[in-house]
Design a protein around this ligand. Structure first.
Ligand code: SAM
Length: 211
């Protein structure tokens, strides 16, 4: 698995870690213009660390769903092209706006990812959707947003089992989520995100082509 351009493994205090170039956002260690990317705080970071074939090459247009305060999407905007960051909670949005100040390609959108019509007038077709909404109905959010993906695009998604049902076996939750995703996507790869995130499944998928 190759890392996207703009993401490198670099030494921080004697430990090799993923890193991107940009202003620090969450107190992460830096080395010159490089900032360490913490896979314990980022599902996409964990997917790269675990070697999932994300298909990311660098420079892609990205729609990021569930941006929170910008921990992960700031790294994405460090190596990607225009990056639309959807978050529906006002509180993390303030930090996300701070993270976007030094990142001209990062566009925070205060909107509900369950209602793509709220941002459809702003978001152009994208190469990649990154989704980490950690809320009930995660597969529905992904299928609803498939309309933004180019034909050869990729969905990079983290499914959090406990957000769907804390009482169910995570494997059963993941199976249901994948079944629903298959209505709009072909699943290319899946992997549990342990040891970085318990009861999370990383998913790589591409949109089904029109019949
Ligand atoms: N992806 C973030 C990161 O790595 O930096 C962490 C995301 S956190 C696990 C999930 C976020 O999704 C929360 O900030 C929550 O407010 C947001 N969220 C949940 N449902 C959403 C929705 N329907 N639309 C937009 N944001 C949503």
């Amino acid at each position: 698995m190759t890392l996207p351009d703009g993401v490198e493994r670099r030494g921080f205090d004697g430990t090799e870690r993923l890193a991107t170039r940009g202003e620090p956002v969450y107190g992460e260690p830096t080395d010159g213009e490089w900032r360490a990317w913490n896979p314990h705080r980022s599902k996409l970071g964990a997917m790269l660390e675990l070697g999932l074939d994300t298909g990311l090459a660098g420079g892609e247009n990205v729609l990021y769903l569930g941006a929170a305060a910008g921990t992960t999407v700031s790294h994405v905007a460090d190596f990607a092209g225009p990056t639309y960051a959807v978050e529906f909670a006002a509180r993390p949005m303030r930090d996300l706006l701070d993270a976007s100040e030094s990142r001209p390609r990062l566009f925070p959108l205060l909107a509900d990812a369950r209602s793509p019509e709220e941002y459809a007038h702003v978001v152009e077709p994208v190469d990649v959707i990154v989704q980490d909404v950690a809320t009930r109905g995660q597969a529905t959010v992904a299928t609803t947003n498939a309309r933004f993906l180019r034909e050869d695009g990729r969905l990079l998604m983290a499914v959090k089992a406990r957000s769907e049902d804390v009482t169910r076996d995570p494997e059963a939750v993941f199976a249901d989520a994948l079944d629903e995703l298959r209505e709009a996507y072909e699943i290319l790869d899946t992997e549990r995100l342990t040891p970085y995130h318990d009861d999370h499944l990383g998913v790589v998928a591409r949109p089904l082509s029109e019949p």
